[in-house]
Design a protein around this ligand. Structure first.
Ligand code: FO1
Length: 323
């Protein structure tokens, strides 16, 4: 089975780890998983290109992630960041560990030598043994893009700040007027992205942030059309349980764009292509309408087996909905 998934950071990566665990136990293989990763979170720091969602996917699927944080490397030290702080180098609000710096230096060197982001990701993924797991990680675009958040200053004037500054430095506490993706109108889908959506047997939307992760991937020219046009069933997993995000600030993001912080509200963002929608038992009653097909199951990714069960349910729902 060829599965394609659109994924952002921590929630998406954890779900995909459970998906791979489930697939390894199925007898109807072989299976391949193409992950289209969000690059709107990317930021240039200290002259290095940092790709948080791609790195979270690499580290989580490759076994190197800081497990409780969900991002960054395990067994980290911060000697380099300490030296940068000693020199007064800015910013200091984004925690970069020594091992993590290795990824940013390698990526920046290769980008500087003219490699595309896709080629860089392919090289990084080899170290984390993604191909051996049947996983292909693609950036959503090779064009440098950045999600910026438009906020309103005290005097009522509008100002755009980088998504990471809003998300990390301000913990999404500044009311966001809207999200804009700098560089998007020059962006083309990266090689293989549209094809991976069109030729999949199943397309999955893990419980990533629907606005600043999946929503950004969908805004890359051609992606939404491919989602509408694919013959594969499209099944999503609600990132909200009991009307709140399991982690992160999806509630602030949804409110910023005037969407109800409910599984129904999130499903509405995908209404033009979503066939199946997994919601938590707690939200079963809140779902209205007959489209998409709903399945209510426990959605807390408490461990790898619980997550694998969610993935299994998503696959079964998808197979029952062949277009
Ligand atoms: N998130 C934080 O809340 N604080 C940090 O200092 C931080 C550093 C960081 C470094 C590398 C990286 O790949 C991710 C990092 N994140 C941090 C998480 C990041 O903001 C989010 O994972 C995504 O960008 C949103 O999904």
């Amino acid at each position: 089975m060829r599965i394609t998934a659109l994924a952002g950071g921590v929630g998406g990566a954890r779900f995909l780890r459970g998906l791979l665990h489930h697939l390894s136990g199925r007898s109807d293989g072989p299976h391949s998983v193409t992950v289209i990763g969000n690059t709107g979170d990317d930021i240039t720091l200290f002259g290095l290109r940092v790709c948080p969602d791609l790195d979270t996917l690499l580290y989580t699927l490759g076994g190197g992630v800081h497990e409780s944080q969900g991002w960054g490397r395990a067994d980290e030290t911060f000697a380099v960041q300490g030296e940068l702080a000693a020199y007064g180098a800015q910013p200091q609000w984004f925690g970069l560990g020594d091992r993590d710096f290795g990824t940013h230096i390698a990526r920046s060197q290769w980008l500087g030598q003219g490699m595309t982001l896709s080629a860089v990701v392919e090289r990084l993924a080899q170290r984390w043994k993604l191909p051996e797991q049947g996983v292909t990680l693609l950036p959503m675009t090779d064009t440098p893009v950045e999600t910026h958040v438009v906020i309103e200053d005290e005097d009522g004037s509008e100002r755009a700040i980088h998504f990471q500054q809003w998300w990390v430095q301000h913990q999404a506490q500044l009311p966001a007027k809207r999200f804009v993706v700098a560089g998007l109108n020059q962006a083309a889908a990266a090689p293989g992205v549209l094809d991976a959506i069109r030729t999949a047997d199943l397309v999955l939307l893990p419980p990533s942030n629907p606005v600043v992760s999946i929503g950004i991937i969908l805004s890359v020219p051609g992606v939404r059309d491919a989602m509408r046009g694919t013959t594969a069933p499209v099944v999503g997993v609600s990132p909200l349980v009991g009307g709140a995000p399991v982690r992160g600030h999806a509630d602030a993001c949804l409110s910023a764009i005037g969407v109800p912080v409910t599984p129904d509200g999130v499903a509405g963002l995908y209404a033009d292509f979503l066939d199946g929608w997994l919601v938590d038992k707690a939200d079963e009653a809140s779902m209205t309408g007959t489209e998409p097909a709903i399945r209510a199951i426990p959605l807390l990714m408490t461990d790898i087996d619980a997550t694998a069960e969610m993935a299994s349910e998503a696959i079964e729902l998808g197979l029952s909905l062949r277009r």
